[in-house]
Structure formats: structure tokens, C-alpha cells
Design a protein around this ligand. Structure first.
Ligand code: TXA
Ligand code: MG
Length: 321
């Protein structure tokens, strides 16, 4: 234990979820599984509770948090949803889709959640545990990924405990249920209806966009001014050098394979990008724990969710400042 809390891991059954809701009500921190990664939840309407997220993660306070809501109706209490966002919330949530939209001036969310921005990032997760928890809470939940800032995101209760043990009250364990395995797609939707992808993720935006609208949208651009400040160049860092597009293993390497390229573990032996996304963080955690001083990763095709996988890998391979 590193901090001042005794962190318990309990089953995410009805009793566990009721316990989690009470801890959150009292201003505590609970790690909760979602379909993407584990989130570190606190009540979004409390300055003190939200301050504890930043403290537990060691997260810079200029980096705002995603607010998790039950549905479109709860989203409308917090934001003035532009028409396009309203339609997506009604038709596509729950989903691994986060929408950055204009915050309501009188929205009951702690100032630190939005880090002073006039927008708020909203998402309704497609996961039984997070949905049941939201149904029990009278408030929305702020929840970044449940890891120390800059480290690999967690897809199991054990991954959470690896960096947050002693810093939070509770971890809800739901087995291997973070099926998507990569953080949600983030899209900014402006009042004029225009879209901009801020973080690639599990949603195929091209397909959605074609289905719903004609106007073009801006694909993820790493601009000088970082609009999603969490999109820092170095992130998801396993604490050792990471070499990408590796076709051969050096003796120092923990090799992460894909398709025909084999290794100490593989993202997907059959070359499935969906499977690779769901296994990415587990493989990086294994590499981080291994005795080998370096990690090498096989090439991943830059298509579909491969774009999001490569985005995370590039950040994992960038040394921290
Ligand atoms: O799948 C996910 O999105 C997971 C699960 C737990 O829901 N959450 C997650 O949260 O990845 P986090 O805090 O690690 O990433 C939040 C991202 C950051 O890049 C942050 O800068 C951006 O959302 N963000 C939050 N509010 C924003 C806003 N108002 N404008 C622009 N970007 C924002
Ligand atoms: Mg994160």
C-alpha cells in the first residue's frame, strides 16, 4: 500500500454496486469497469471529490475529465446539445463515444472537471456495471482512466491496483469485461453542427458520418494548441523503451506480435484488429512487468480501429519529458 486508503476489490454484483454508490455519495473514489477501460469515478458535482481524482492520478489540473451520464436526458441537464449531438446521444448511446459540447452555464459540475473550459466532455458507457451504478447515483460521474497519469490504461481490476492501490477506496471487479479495450472516440460537436475528431477510438466515424450527414468533418489533427489536453505526446508509458513496426526480435526485447509476426505475446494471432484493440493494454502491462529492458511491437495496419491502436502505441513509444 502506498497511500492513505485501504483499497478493496469486490465483485461488481448488486451489493457491490450499492456499496460503490454509497462511497461515491460520500465523496470517495471507485474504479469502475466500462466497455473501453476501467474508469476512476467520483461524483462530478463535488469540488472535493473531483480534486481527489487529480490527486490520486497525479494528473495535471489543466487536463479536463469526461463526465459519464445515464443517457441523453441527463446529458441535457449539463450541456446545450447541438442538434447533431442530440441525435447521436438519442440514437447511438450507450457507446464508446464521447462528445465535447457547450457546457450549460448553471450545470452542476465541479469547476475542475472542465478545467475552466466552456465545453464539457460527455459519454454514456455501454457497460452493465457503469450503467447500474449511474442509475443508483443522483449525480453524474467524472471518470478518467483508472491509472496513474501517463501510465498504461487498465483493462482489469489488477491493472488498476498496480498503480492506484492505497489511493482509492474501492475497485469493482467484473472479470475481463473491457471488451473494446481502447478509450472512447472523442468528437467535438460545435453549435454550428461541425464535427472534429479529437481522439481516435472504437467508433468508425467515417461510417457514422456518411450515414447521418453530408458536411465534411475534421479528422484527428495534432495541432499546436492541444484541445484534448490528455492527448499529450507521451502517454500510456510502460516505463521502458518501446520500438514500433518491429519485424524481428532483439535479445533485449519483450516482443508483442500481431498476425504472422509472433512474440512473447500476441495482440491477435489471426490478425484481427478488434481483438488487437481489446488486448493492447494487457500486452503492454505484460511487457512492462517482464524482465526484458525493451518492448518491441509488430506493425499494425493503419485502418479502422488500427488507427486508434497506432495512436496509443506512438504515445507509449514517446519518452516522457
Ligand atoms: O473510454 C474512455 O473515454 C475512458 C472511460 C473511463 O470512459 N475515459 C477516459 O478518460 O479515457 P481520460 O480522462 O483518460 O481522457 C479524457 C480525455 C482527455 O484527453 C481530455 O483532455 C479530454 O478527454 N477532454 C475532457 N474534457 C474535454 C473538453 N471539454 N474539451 C476537450 N477535451 C476534453
Ligand atoms: Mg487516460
Amino acid at each position: 500500500m502506498v497511500g492513505k486508503y485501504v483499497t478493496e476489490t469486490i465483485l461488481a454484483d448488486a451489493e457491490g454496486i450499492a456499496r460503490a454508490a454509497q462511497i461515491l455519495r460520500d465523496g470517495g473514489l471507485v474504479a469502475v469497469p466500462t466497455e473501453t477501460v476501467y474508469g476512476l469515478a467520483a461524483r462530478a458535482d463535488s469540488d472535493e471529490a473531483v480534486a481527489r481524482i487529480y490527486e490520486a492520478k497525479g494528473r495535471p489540473s489543466f487536463n479536463p475529465l469526461i463526465v459519464h451520464v445515464r443517457d441523453a436526458e441527463q446529458a441535457r441537464e449539463l450541456a446545450d446539445l447541438p442538434h447533431t449531438a442530440d441525435v447521436l446521444a438519442e440514437l447511438q448511446w450507450p457507446a464508446p463515444l464521447t462528445m465535447v459540447v457547450p457546457r450549460k452555464e448553471n450545470a452542476r459540475i465541479a469547476h475542475a472537471v472542465t478545467a475552466g473550459l466552456e465545453t464539457v466532455a460527455l459519454r454514456s458507457p455501454a457497460h452493465r456495471v457503469m450503467q447500474e451504478l449511474l442509475a443508483k447515483c443522483e449525480f453524474p460521474l467524472a471518470a478518467p482512466s483508472a491509472n496513474r497519469s501517463g501510465y498504461i490504461s487498465p483493462t482489469t481490476a489488477k491493472h488498476v491496483a498496480a498503480t492506484l492501490d492505497g489511493r482509492i477506496e474501492l475497485i469493482l471487479d467484473d472479470g475481463r469485461s473491457c471488451r473494446k479495450g481502447l478509450e472512447s472516440t472523442i468528437v467535438a460537436i460545435r453549435s454550428d453542427g461541425s464535427w472534429e475528431e479529437l481522439r481516435p477510438g472504437p467508433i468508425d466515424l467515417d461510417a457514422w458520418h456518411e450515414h447521418y450527414w453530408d458536411e465534411p468533418y475534421r479528422r484527428h489533427v495534432s495541432s499546436e494548441k492541444i484541445e484534448a489536453p490528455g492527448q499529450l505526446a507521451s502517454h500510456y508509458a510502460p516505463g521502458k523503451p518501446v520500438r514500433l513496426n518491429a519485424m524481428e526480435v532483439a535479445s533485449d526485447d519483450f516482443m508483442i506480435g500481431f498476425g504472422a509476426v509472433t512474440g512473447d505475446c500476441t495482440l491477435s494471432a489471426s490478425g484481427s484488429l478488434t481483438e488487437a484493440a481489446s488486448r493492447l493494454y494487457a500486452c503492454l502491462h505484460k511487457g512492462a512487468r517482464s524482465e526484458k529492458p525493451c518492448i518491441a511491437v509488430a506493425p499494425i495496419p493503419e485502418q479502422g480501429i488500427g488507427i486508434a491502436i497506432n495512436d496509443r502505441l506512438r504515445r507509449a513509444a514517446t519518452p516522457p519529458d
